[in-house]
Design a protein around this ligand. Structure first.
Ligand code: A2P
Length: 257
């Protein structure tokens, strides 16, 4: 049996010169937990060329969705950015990943902290009704260099908030906090600085960071993850895993593509 399924691209949307998203058919046997990733890619010269991608769709959706960077000389994304409706992509049969609520201790506020395409697993998790059962507050933070890079997340949040089911679930629980570092915007600065200074909690009108009630998921560049991990560990937060739940979990946003 092959290690991957062949799926058909059903739509492609380009957001900026460097970001695009696409949807594809989903084999009925492909199961995943919201927040997980799988190896996906293209067949090139008769061989599979695969990279890790978080599912941006939720596991209750019929189709798969992915949010990707475009690297001009990237072996995969230089090709993947040209896909069109009807093209074939490869999707590994097995999904894995650490951004799952099972790896977190019970808590009251879930902070989802992302930069760039690190938003993708959270696009899946905010479509998981269980997340709203498990937490009193859900905060999605997305840091980007430019305002235009926020578009995919902004559109997704708007759509969900208008949705009959999710609008109701999210109404009193969910907050979206986009922040931009390299041009003017209503929220400015790196996530690290915004947490360190407490500015983000002031802006949200919520209480400060509290180890008793805050649970955190991180997905972004290696530098962002390293800095945030150090910051939380200094405050006695422990990294969780499948067999030992903790206060925070980490996933690398895969950018070498
Ligand atoms: P900055 O513009 O100050 O570098 P990138 O595209 O380089 O991954 O960056 C995405 C976003 O993450 C940018 O807003 C960037 O801010 C921010 N960022 C980069 N490195 C860090 C870090 N170590 N900690 C927090 N945010 C970071």
């Amino acid at each position: 049996m092959s290690a991957f399924h062949r799926e058909t691209v059903t739509s492609v949307q380009h957001w900026t010169d460097t970001l695009f998203s696409f949807r594809a058919t989903r084999d009925t046997s492909f199961r995943f937990q919201n927040g997980q990733f799988a190896m996906i890619g293209l067949e090139v010269d008769g061989k599979p060329l695969l990279r890790a991608y978080s599912m941006a769709s939720a596991n209750h959706e019929e189709e798969l969705e992915f949010f990707s960077i475009k690297v001009p000389d990237g072996p995969l994304t230089s090709r993947l950015q040209k896909i069109k409706e009807g093209d074939t992509i490869l999707v590994a049969r097995k999904a894995v990943g650490t951004l799952v609520t099972d790896s977190l201790l019970p808590g009251k506020r879930l902070l989802m902290l992302s930069t760039g395409t690190g938003l993708a697993p959270f696009a899946s998790l905010i479509k998981d009704p269980e997340v709203y059962d498990q937490y009193e507050q859900v905060v999605l933070v997305h840091g980007c260099r430019q305002v235009s890079e926020l578009a995919y997340g902004e559109r997704l949040v708007e759509r969900l908030q208008k949705d009959e089911l999710f609008g109701e679930l999210m109404k009193d629980k969910f907050t979206y906090y986009p922040t931009v570092t390299r041009e003017p915007f209503r929220n400015r600065g790196r996530i690290t600085d915004l947490i360190e200074s407490g500015q983000i909690f002031k802006d949200l009108g919520q209480g400060p960071l509290d180890i008793a009630t805050d649970r955190i998921m991180l997905c972004g560049s290696p530098a962002m993850l390293e800095d945030l991990k150090n910051m939380f560990e200094k405050r006695d937060f422990l990294e969780g895993s499948g067999n030992k739940p903790g206060h925070f979990v980490i996933e690398k946003a895969f950018v070498e593509r």
